[in-house]
Design a protein around this ligand. Structure first.
Ligand code: SF4
Ligand code: SF4
Length: 449
């Protein structure tokens, strides 16, 4: 096994933004030195926030549990450093909202050595125990959404997972953190893939990678050649956005459509990001819970782009200080990729489990071009990988006719931004759709029956 598909695979629709990965794709991951203050918000993903199990003034060790899961859709939090809990109070987070967080001051004299014990050998764990171990280790989807991984692994009775699909597409422009993990830690990628494949009972696994990452493909191919007994293949994918969206990836690799309202597991597929897979490998190798992640720092507004291994809770300011300060042309900082990321209002917000990138943009990229009326060119329809009608949805949202957007399947929109990118009239289509979705979540449509 371990074969690479020679033909690049793809899905219908989508767009081709310039990928801008040249700034960082060859930059090896560097560890950010430990700083002073770490902010760990209790809620880092959808679902219930974690519940603090430490109190103010308490000493904590690096990797120690500081908050337990607050429910099933919730994960544990661990201290990213050895130090002292100084406060448990609301702190500003990425979206500008104040959220309850545990603040830890690092011990300046600590070596910050991680003293963890690996959990029992993964082979011996039942799926049920494996799922609990993953939840207790705080592992989430590392591609951006930070959805708790153990929820994905809780397969309903009667559902059989045949295929594990590892998402190494990294289709967002500028980001190269997954790319560097695949280049530098191919063994961990393969090990984590095999652990998860066996635990989910999947017959095979496939790692999908966009073709603009030949070094990553080669590193994994070499690794697989040494372990031919493992039923893991690589699939080279067309460079197209949003190739890394779950349903697009499944379509590209297996040629299968996932019907609206269904999940990959409904057709026997489990999809996991490369970063998550490496976190699982690390957990069983060293016992390390999720306390750090790789972050790409890039964009025309930074003088020294980098791929950095950052303890969770580090402030964006501290990351940028280490990687070379922003240049004076910077006008906006985006957390995540430019297509799906969010601008941040303060450099003091912390790096969270889902923070894949810090991108700094100048006036050139952030200038908002004038918006014109819709010319019904249909480009947004051609761009939408979910076959929605973005122009119609945007118009309804603009006119606050939110209820009517449900008739156009507004909730199927993944907010990928391909429609906005393609619009010659510069209509902020995806933002308007997001507004409609937010509104519908707050005021669900009542069933007339
Ligand atoms: S309508 Fe939604 S899913 Fe379709 S292109 Fe726009 S943002 Fe993406
Ligand atoms: S791409 Fe823009 S201008 Fe063209 S149909 Fe869609 S909303 Fe209208």
């Amino acid at each position: 096994m371990g074969l690479l598909s020679l033909f690049s695979k793809s899905f219908s629709h989508g767009v081709h933004p310039a990928h801008h990965k040249g700034q960082t794709e060859d930059l090896a991951i560097q560890r950010v030195p430990f700083g002073k203050r770490y902010v760990m918000p209790l809620g880092q993903h959808i679902g219930a926030p974690a519940i603090a199990v430490v109190s103010k003034g308490q000493s904590v060790r690096r990797g120690e549990l500081i908050a337990k899961p607050g429910g099933f859709i919730s994960t544990a939090l661990h201290s990213p450093v050895t130090g002292t809990v100084t406060e448990i109070t609301p702190q500003r987070t990425l979206d500008g909202a104040l959220k309850e967080a545990i603040v830890i001051e690092a011990d300046p004299y600590s070596t910050q050595r991680l003293e963890t014990t690996p959990p029992t050998s993964w082979e011996k764990l039942s799926l049920e125990t494996f799922i609990k171990v993953i939840q207790q280790a705080g592992i989430v989807g590392m591609g951006g959404a930070a959805f708790p991984s153990h929820v994905k692994y809780s397969i309903p009775e009667g559902v059989q997972i045949d295929d594990l699909l590892v998402n190494g597409a990294e289709c967002e422009p500028f980001l190269t953190n997954d790319h560097r993990l695949m280049v530098e830690r191919p063994q961990a990628v393969i090990e984590g893939t095999e652990i998860l494949r066996q635990k989910l009972g999947a017959k095979r696994a496939c790692i999908g990678i966009e073709q603009n990452k030949p070094e990553a493909i080669e590193a994994l191919r070499e690794q697989l050649a040494q372990q031919p007994e493992r039923p893991i293949t690589l699939s080279a994918l067309e460079v197209k956005y949003p190739q890394g969206a779950e349903k697009m990836l499944v379509k590209s690799v297996y040629g299968k459509e996932i019907p609206a309202g269904q999940l990959p597991r409904d057709i026997g597929v489990a999809v996991n990001n490369v970063g998550t897979i490496v976190a699982i490998a690390d957990l069983f190798e060293t016992g390390s819970p999720l306390i750090e992640r790789v972050v790409t720092v890039s964009g025309p507004g930074v003088d020294q782009p980098a791929n950095l291994l950052v303890p969770l809770g580090t402030s964006v300011r501290d990351v940028l200080r280490f990687s070379g300060a922003l240049n004076d042309k910077t006008r906006e900082i985006i957390m995540g990729g430019p297509m799906m990321g969010f601008p941040i209002a303060s450099l003091d917000v912390p790096i969270l489990k889902g923070s894949s990138g810090i991108l700094a943009f100048t006036e050139t990229e952030t200038a908002r071009p004038p918006e014109y009326t819709c010319i019904r060119c249909g480009r947004c329809l051609e761009a939408c990988p979910y076959f929605l009608n973005p122009s119609r949805l945007a118009l309804l949202s603009r006119n606050r006719r939110y209820e009517e957007t449900t008739g156009y399947h507004v909730m199927d929109c993944v907010e990928c931004g391909a429609c906005s990118y393609s619009c010659p009239s510069n209509i902020p289509i995806a933002q308007l759709i997001r507004t409609a979705k937010d509104n519908l979540r707050q005021h669900p449509v009542q069933d007339a029956a």
